[in-house]
Design a protein around this ligand. Structure first.
Ligand code: ATP
Length: 447
């Protein structure tokens, strides 16, 4: 920590603080995220392993990892500072003035390129939203916070991990189906819609209405002056069946909107061909073994945890030894890292297309009816059922007054030209052992 001076606390997330720091040696500014390390040994290992995973993401549209170290009971991740702030803030700054089409296409293309890079590694972001998408001083888009929901498994993060921010959550999640790469595509569709209209696509006066709107894929149409290809793309990104949504690869390479998007991308940003080898479980085991042995070494120096106040006793600090060149190389070669939580993997041959059964999210609506939810949609907080048992949640105002106009587009009422089609790319993947978050909620709520 002594390598950095702290400028200010820039925010507090569900996992800990984010600080703006400056490297004493290079004068470069960074964001340092402090994450409370779990006590449980296996979770601890997961947190470290997944932080190393973040370090393997190298793409011009992803917030760059700088270094990670442990101080006291904190995992500190130092990453690129995006001085342009987050996209939500940028959208709010516009008030009612619409973005020009070039900005929309450029930003959205860059988001897709960053997300495609993640998906190419068979990793799911799971929390794509305008607040997690950043702009550099030069106006380049960077996806941030990816994997952060996976880094920790603390119970506070649990519901959020599996539910996300309600405005951006795909229908399959409300239906307790596994999170998959197309769920990220849905969320990016929500961000695209926000860029085009400065509003959320799915808004409603209550949780119940919101969920039903999402599960019907019903949203107010995009303004007619936007390119037809973009409106078509959004319609397809909001297909209620994830199989009918285009993959990021399709969006950037063979969709009718690809040409518009690619015009705004550098050649490096699009990795058309998946490089590297496919997942090999033995390779993954070796990587993990290697990380366990080499990557995190105990340093003998005693250093001050500067951010925690001057009067605190010096604490031994474990430094991520670079995190071991060999380990990183092995990760890069493996092209996929094993993780129980976040790495969905299906052996190449055995990958089977799965069509999810469509059903109304009755279990969830029933659960919501019995739970008391925070009226805020921005954080998904569930309180234990108490004195007011009934469904405040189902009648609460959402705390956002920008509900769209009455007329809506249903993703499933396309004309012939827009008829749903399955994505041809065999790139679909999902969480392998998805967590039954609804069951967990039922348990917590003693329903
Ligand atoms: N790389 C970055 N560059 C600039 N600002 C950042 C960066 N990463 C995070 N921030 C800002 O720091 C603040 C805290 O971010 P953090 O990701 O810790 O939490 P959050 O996104 O507010 O909440 P949560 O992660 O729980 O959804 C936010 O205002 C965010 O915009």
């Amino acid at each position: 920590m002594e390598s950095y001076s702290v400028h200010k606390v820039i925010g507090e997330g569900s996992f800990g603080r984010a600080l703006l720091v400056q490297c004493r040696k290079t004068q470069e500014k960074y964001v340092l995220k402090e994450i409370q390390l779990p006590k449980n040994a296996s979770r601890l290992e997961k947190s470290r392993r997944e932080a190393v995973l973040l370090s393997t993401m190298k793409h011009e549209n992803i917030v760059a990892f700088h270094e990670a170290f442990e101080a006291d009971d904190l995992l500190c991740i130092v990453m690129e500072y995006c001085s342009g702030g987050d996209m939500l803030h940028r959208i709010r700054e516009q008030k009612t003035k619409q973005f020009c089409i070039d900005d929309i296409l450029k930003w959205f293309a860059q988001m897709c390129a960053g997300a495609k890079h993640i998906h190419d590694k068979r990793i799911l972001h799971r929390d794509l939203k305008s607040k997690n998408i950043f702009l550099t001083g030069k106006g380049t888009v960077k996806l941030g916070d990816f994997g952060s929901a996976c880094v920790l498994n603390c119970s506070k993060a649990y519901a959020r991990t599996y539910v996300g921010t309600p405005y951006y959550v795909a229908p399959e999640i409300w239906e307790n189906k596994p999170y998959n790469n197309k769920s990220d595509v849905w969320s990016l569709g929500c961000v695209l819609y926000e860029l085009c209209t400065l509003r959320h696509p799915f808004q409603a006066p209550s949780w119940k209405c919101l969920i039903l709107k999402v599960c019907r894929g019903a949203y107010p149409p995009l303004p007619g002056h936007l390119p037809h290809e973009l409106r078509l793309l959004l319609k397809q990104m909001f297909k209620t069946d994830p199989r009918d949504r285009p993959s990021l690869r399709t969006i950037l390479t063979s969709h009718r909107a690809s040409r518009l998007l690619r015009a705004h991308l550098s050649s490096q940003a699009i990795e058309v061909e998946e490089r590297g080898r496919r997942w090999n479980p033995d390779e993954g085991k070796k990587v993990l073994q290697h990380l366990r042995e080499k990557s995190i070494s105990q340093t003998t120096t005693l250093e001050d945890a500067e951010l925690h106040g001057e009067d605190r006793a010096p604490v031994p600090r474990r430094r991520w030894a670079e995190p071991s060149e060999t380990a990183l190389q092995m990760l890069a070669d493996a092209s996929l890292l094993s993780s129980d939580d976040i790495t969905p993997r299906l052996p190449e041959e055995g990958r089977r297309r799965k069509r999810w059964r469509r059903e109304p999210p009755e279990r969830l609506l029933n659960l919501l009816g019995k739970a008391k939810l925070s009226p805020s949609f921005s954080t998904f907080v569930i309180h234990k059922e108490g004195a007011s048992p009934l469904a405040d949640a189902l009648s609460q105002p959402p705390g956002d007054d920008t509900d769209g106009p009455e007329q809506e587009v249903g993703a499933d009422d396309d004309d012939e030209r827009l008829r749903p089609r399955s994505d041809d790319d065999d790139t679909d993947f999902e969480e392998e052992s998805p967590c039954d978050w609804m069951g967990h909620l039922e348990e917590v709520l003693k329903l």
